[in-house]
Design a protein around this ligand. Structure first.
Ligand code: EPU
Length: 380
């Protein structure tokens, strides 16, 4: 661990100090406390902000009002401003899980807070905190640079730290919930800061409280992760286990595993800087065990994974691939040739083009397999 990082609390140092003094990194389910009302800083509100550069699908759209948010004080000021307080809100991180189908007639809050720090050891975990606006992959790299394992399977996922708990981002056998300690959120309804632990976040597969009405007013400001002090590689995902075996490393480090995950992702997934996309466009559908058995009778090669509750998760990519969609397109919206679960902007696509393609895929999969595919990105 690099000790110089211990002092690097970033621009929100004072807020961290306040958090620590309330001992909210102890055992809690959810704590609430008020933040002091500050003089309203002049809010640098932008009118009619173009959003094409702020979503990885690179869909053109604009926001009626836009604010780059670096701390809770600005959110307090938004609440206090009658011209802003009642506008519909869209909280934007890296824009990697969004599909704009129209302009956003409200206030975009672009979470841009920077800063990361190692808080120290608690039991058998090392606690590491980052501000919501930190780039996810850079944050993973930071932890690996400190010799800390735990996030390596989540390497190269586009987006920001603040977005990771929203959809409980996961890949290669690890989900955010597995390495999560707590987060700080600003409650737009009450104006208070709240600290939520994993139970309070109600994590599910690509799901959390923040995706539901009950969490609608909570804006994530920072996230604390609990990384194992004694690290073991997580090779539950067969594709990763095979790649690690092929690399024939005597004792792979977290950094080694991260590099292998990166290589797998680069091979299969489009780089959003080159081809507009939002990662997996559909969730992997979960069906009953009975339904899965029924499908296997007709489709013995069906890719399925048993879930702890006895249900079965099907590979949406396989279903779409089998329907012949891989590499196909409707106008400027296409299906990525190397991974059928990823829809791409072939150039100049509008949100409606992607929706048309997604609906055609959904209807083919439903007709052939009787399975409903649910989109993963949020449609605006
Ligand atoms: N498959 C095909 N054809 C395809 C794509 C996949 O037959 O075109 C088959 C594969 O051969 C494999 C199975 O489907 O047997 C699963 O494919 P893969 O391992 O690529 O994973 P996935 O289930 O398609 C999920 C996540 C990804 C994550 C990977 C690795 C979801 C919705 N997607 O994809 O997450 O990277 O597992 O853990 O859960 C994302 O959310 O944006 C994302 C990329």
């Amino acid at each position: 661990m690099n000790p110089s990082i211990l002092a690097d609390n970033g621009p929100d140092r004072d807020r961290f100090a306040r958090l620590e003094s309330r001992e909210c990194v102890n055992h809690y389910n959810e704590t609430t406390f008020s933040i002091p009302t500050v003089m309203h800083p002049d809010l640098p509100i932008v009118h009619d902000q173009p959003l094409a550069g702020l979503n990885t699908f690179r869909i053109p759209a604009s926001a009626r009002r836009y604010l780059r948010v670096t701390g809770a004080e600005q959110l307090t000021a938004v609440r206090a401003d009658p011209a802003l307080a009642d506008l519909p809100r869209l909280v934007l991180g890296g824009g990697s899980n969004l599909l704009f189908t129209q302009d956003f007639d409200g206030l975009v809050l672009h979470m841009a807070g920077q800063g990361r720090e190692i808080l120290g050891q608690q039991g058998d975990k090392i606690l590491v905190r980052a501000q919501a606006g930190e780039n996810w992959h850079a944050f993973v790299g930071f932890t690996l640079d400190q010799g800390l394992g735990g996030l390596e399977n989540l390497s190269l996922i586009p987006g920001t730290v603040g977005a990771a708990p929203i959809q409980n981002v996961g890949a290669y056998g690890v989900e955010t919930k597995d390495v999560f300690h707590s987060l700080t959120a600003f409650d737009m309804a009450s104006g208070e800061l709240r600290t939520l632990d994993a139970a309070a976040c109600r994590f599910g597969y690509r799901d959390s409280i923040f995706k539901h009405a009950i969490g609608r007013d909570l804006i994530v400001l920072d996230v604390t992760f609990a990384l194992p002090a004694a690290w073991q590689p997580n090779l539950r995902y067969a594709e990763l286990a095979n790649a690690v075996q092929e690399a024939a490393l005597a004792a792979p480090t977290p950094r080694d595993i991260g590099a292998i995950v990166e290589a797998i992702r680069r091979r299969k997934l489009p780089d959003p800087r080159e081809i507009g996309n939002a990662g997996s466009f559909f969730k992997n559908p979960v069906v009953s065990n009975e339904e899965c058995r029924r499908l296997l009778e007709t489709y013995p090669n069906l890719v399925h994974h048993a879930q702890p509750d006895g249900s079965e998760k099907l590979a949406a990519g396989w279903l779409i691939d089998q329907c012949g969609w891989k590499g196909k397109n409707i106008g400027p919206a296409g299906v990525y040739p190397k991974q059928a679960l990823v829809l791409v902007n072939l150039g100049g696509a509008q949100g409606a083009d992607v929706v048309r393609l997604a609906q055609a895929i959904q209807s083919d999969v439903a007709a052939r397999y009787g399975v409903a595919l649910e989109p993963e990105p949020v449609f605006i």
